[in-house]
Ligand binder design. Sequence first.
Ligand code: HEC
Ligand code: HEC
Length: 174
Amino acid sequence: MQKRITTNWLGIALVAVLSAISVSGILNGRAASSATNLVTPTEQGDKPFDQELALANLRKAIAGQETKPAAEVFKNIQILKGMPAGRLLNVMELGYSRSLGVNCTHCHIPGEWEKEDKPTKQIARDMMGMAKTINNDLLKNIKNLKSASPTINCTTCHRGEIKPALNLPDKPKT
Ligand code: HEC
Ligand code: HEC
């Protein structure tokens, strides 16, 4: 009985050592190839998602192609096709993430940017369509507005929140 327990513990220890070796191998592989390949998961391994690092890696990966149309540089652009690739990353960082108060992982699995695995990505596309309709069809037809071209964008509604407010925040208690 005593002997069998010892053998099991040895077995478990061996498995632990082997899997540690293979995990570090995968991480090294990722780090080496991430600068050249958009699809490669960012060199972040199992660490918590780091948005600055993800953006830095993407900017490195598209270096020299920033002014080309996004559709030529990226794999699955359906709406922002003609936008310069460098600007698309700014839209992702400021126009989308910041204005909703989220990071990239709200709509993407990091490193698999072209995939459609999160419904929030589809919602974001439909929201672009809604914003376009409001800007081009609805606002334009409201007479006597002050601006020549009144405009809304994601921030107008979201203001740093996933769910736009229906009520003003409570007045601070004084
Ligand atoms: C609110 C959802 C949302 C957030 C947040 C978001 N994205 Fe996106 N992302 C999209 C959508 C939608 C597209 C596709 C746009 C289109 O089809 O025109 C896209 C496309 C991309 C692409 C092009 C992928 C390809 O090869 O087709 C990259 C790269 C990307 N996003 C990176 C990021 C990064 C980095 C962040 C965080 C800083 C981020 N995104 C945050 C919704 C989002
Ligand atoms: C006219 C107001 C308005 C504008 C403009 C707007 N949104 Fe929204 N958005 C909403 C509302 C309302 C919801 C639904 C929230 C809920 O579930 O109750 C929503 C939900 C979303 C969601 C789903 C969030 C979640 O995780 O549940 C995403 C993603 C989103 N919007 C992205 C965008 C993006 C990107 C833009 C700019 C292209 C944008 N929205 C512009 C009003 C707006």
